[in-house]
Write a protein that binds this ligand. Sequence first.
Ligand code: SF4
Length: 378
Amino acid sequence: MPAVAKKQRDAPGRPTRRMRGVVPALETAAQLLAWYDAERRELPWRYAADEAADPYHVWLSEIMLQQTTVKAVIPYYEKFLARFPSLRSLAKADLEDVLQLWAGLGYYSRAHNLHACARAVVKRHKGKFPASEAELLELPGIGPYTAAAIASIAFGEVTTPVDGNVERVVARLFSITEPLPAAKGELKRRAAELTPRLRPGDFAQAMMDLGATVCTSKRPSCLMCPLASGCAARAEGIAETLPRKLDKGTRPTRFGVAFLALREDGHVLLRERPPTGLLARMLEVPSTEWTDAAPAHEQAMRAAPVRADWWPVPGTVVHVFTHFRLELAVYHAIVPSDASLNLWASPERCRWVARTRLPGQALPSLMRKVIQHAMRES
Ligand code: SF4
């Protein structure tokens, strides 16, 4: 350890990493809440400390904020509230209207779930969101982070939503050097230890704000940080290197074959992915399952969505997900306009989309890469 860093850590009054582990949760929460009261971001879904938050507003904003920036969400949030001022009005709406209003915000499975969730709350809970994290988790589209965020912000439950921002702040405060994703459990536990029994919702929002505006991934503004005096990573001079991430090269690789069928009339075959799991409800180019070994040609052909003269496109498409690296071989075929789909391709989830309309489809970047790869060779 550099001499200066060691001296800083051992200086009287400066919490060491060991001390931080046992003591200053309350002190840290108090410092953060005082900062939040003075510096918090004014956002359309935010409530003052003495106001009761409307769960509908909290839920709507949290669903929209998944995978999207605050700046992009604000106009959509305002448009949605103007059109659907209450949960019941959203539940009554046609799905098509909801999707139309959502257009441009991406990840369309969220819009499907938003609508399904509004209906489920009306049906199962008489139009009022349940107040506990456990019950919220039972609703469509509400995962662990969103359930904890709604429970703490709207209902004051002492629980801690942990997203990438919070993981970063906590990894630095405690100087947790174990890489993600293995460190997730430890980061969640430490974040929970910091959460105060009073104002847990404000604490959650304060952590979000700190991660978004001060403890940013590149160049954290430690001089402006309310938690700087107790931050272990800052004292050690390693803040910018945390949280560490598993080297991409150490992720396991999965393999599959994607089938790009182009109809003679210029339509491409796409399929909606299942409602749960990776890339849920997004459109895909039909493919084999993604497995640990590359499927042999004959095996791949048995999964083709339509009988055709398939030919392999040279090269592969590589995409890196959080937990694995995917390598897809791509097969291409021109098929007649009356081609019928094989039953194992789940025809009920398939649709033919005009090639010219592909840019406006809810396609994840992996599938855009597959289409570009196949079209380049066609
Ligand atoms: Fe992040 Fe710096 Fe604050 Fe530590 S002192 S929490 S690294 S901004």
